[in-house]
Design a protein around this ligand. Structure first.
Ligand SMILES: NC(=O)c1ccc[n+]([C@@H]2O[C@H](COP(=O)([O-])OP(=O)(O)OC[C@H]3O[C@@H](n4cnc5c(N)ncnc54)[C@H](O)[C@@H]3O)[C@@H](O)[C@H]2O)c1
Length: 131
């Protein structure tokens, strides 16, 4: 079967793992990049046996295949992030650096025509935002 290919960073996390299950159900091939720093492969237990799923255990910024994966992906969901109140409070500068670096890598690797969306309060409260 010829399936479309989707890249999900942070796919072993809370939101990412549910997204991966949904994309596989929709008939997509899914590649996950996740370093399992806060997520876990157990979150993907329901999807692990699916032939359309590939998991790369790596940091986004250290994934050698990122340029090729990003170039061939029909969509990229960038959910890899250092999150959690305790982590952010204890290592705030490191957290900011990590999130900026990983996002920069994705933006550099992505094809033109990128649509960037965010899920937190500032966007939701922006004039013109539609959920
Ligand atoms: N959970 C929520 O209620 C919520 C609400 C709004 C926005 N968000 C945003 O959605 C995104 C995902 O949140 P979540 O709740 O699923 O968090 P999560 O911690 O469960 O998932 C993040 C995943 O990213 C992975 N990761 C972290 N750094 C990485 C790196 N450098 N390279 C590769 N993988 C890395 C972690 O191992 C984890 O699996 C975050 O950007 C978060 O801010 C979450």
């Amino acid at each position: 079967m010829n399936r479309s290919h989707v890249l999900v960073t942070g796919g072993a996390g809370f939101i990412g793992s549910h997204l991966v299950e949904r994309l596989l159900r929709d008939g997509k091939n899914v590649t996950v990049i996740d370093d399992c720093s806060t997520g876990s492969l157990e979150n993907l237990a329901a999807a692990r046996a699916h032939s359309g799923l590939r998991v790369i255990a790596a940091k986004v910024s250290e994934c050698a295949e990122l340029p090729d994966l990003a170039a061939s992906a029909e969509s990229i969901y960038h959910l890899a992030a250092a999150v959690g109140v305790e982590l952010v409070m204890n290592s705030c500068l490191q957290t900011i650096k990590t999130n900026l670096t990983e996002t920069q890598r994705i933006l550099d690797a992505a094809k033109p025509g990128l649509c960037l969306a965010r899920t937190d309060g500032p966007l939701r409260n922006s004039p013109g935002f539609r959920a």
